[in-house]
Design a protein around this ligand. Sequence first.
Ligand code: 13P
Ligand code: 13P
Ligand code: MG
Ligand code: MG
Length: 365
Amino acid sequence: MHTTVSVIKADIGSLAGHVKVPEELLKLCEGSLSRALKKGVIKDFRVTSCGDDTELIMSHGRGVDNSAVHEMAWNTFKTAADLAKKRHYYAAGQDLLVEAFTGTIRGMGPGIAEFEFEERPSEPIVVFACDKTSPSAFNLPIFRIFADPFNSAGLIIDPKLHPGFKFEVHDVQKAKRVFLSCPEELYDLIALIGMSSRYVIKRVFRKDGEIAAVVSTERLSQVAGRYVGKDDPVAIVRTQSGFMATGEVLEAFSMPQLVPGWMRGSHRGPLTPVAQRDAHPTRFDGPPRVIALGFQVSDGKLLGPADLFDDVAFDDSRRKAMEISDYMRRHGPFEPHLLSPEELEYTTLPQVIERLKKRFEPVKG
Ligand code: 13P
Ligand code: 13P
Ligand code: MG
Ligand code: MG
């Protein structure tokens, strides 16, 4: 059976600043998706949130980039944003940047991760959602999962995984892409994706062409042309039986790597793996969070979720992330806590620098 899983997300408004999605907005989204399910637009759904971002997790048989699914998601967000505006929730409609739907939700503000596959006899997937960071946050963990044998034992032990994987990498500045095969082109892959502010992993495929993972790479600032919030990303990863084990996929998030985002989208901080109930960034609007929800896709339906970071096994990662947060915060407004000038291009800082421009004079001698 051919099934499509679409995860479409947007910041439609939040409570007490950029902290959490109000219950009534989540309820409204659930109602809207229930009606779409009854009409046969989708087969199943879950609504969740990570910080101030609302995620619509949907299964259907319509393939990727389906305009009926995208339009329904867009209208769901629009209606929820209208309620958010009426209630004066914070940053109501933040990520809905275009007025009229034009056939695809791509380029309108929301982030999208979706893939289509022939269901295996048992089809486990993990849906990741982040807050207070950008799509580049997935470069390191996705690389570790699919190309690093020190993370994923299956690359060595499992003959089905031994051939490795193919990575689709996007140059987000030039809107170009390249496919690189691992392990053959491992060093070329790292040469690009190590520069994560420019090159981001979009998809990963098995060598036989089967899709293994997809990441939302929409850049909010490029759509808006100004800073409106961070493009807090989502990703979907297929696991087990010919793919990586769920535990290998989660292992890659045990190291709280430094990612861009956090306060005003302008600071580096540790990506902290948390249970969904703890995905409410507070301190300095952070630190950045990631949640992981595990599902079985079963005849087009979604069974679950299991809240995968809701485990004592990630307590030390969280503790380490809090230590790193203290250390980074002590840099205050200095790099490397503050992002580099190129990364700050779409924040409000250039307006401050602009005001000083006239006072600059040539250096003599
Ligand atoms: P305001 O100027 O609306 O407070 O926005 C700043 C911001 O969003 C950082 O949290
Ligand atoms: P979000 O991107 O999560 O809306 O956060 C914006 C921000 O400025 C936080 O300080
Ligand atoms: Mg927000
Ligand atoms: Mg957010």
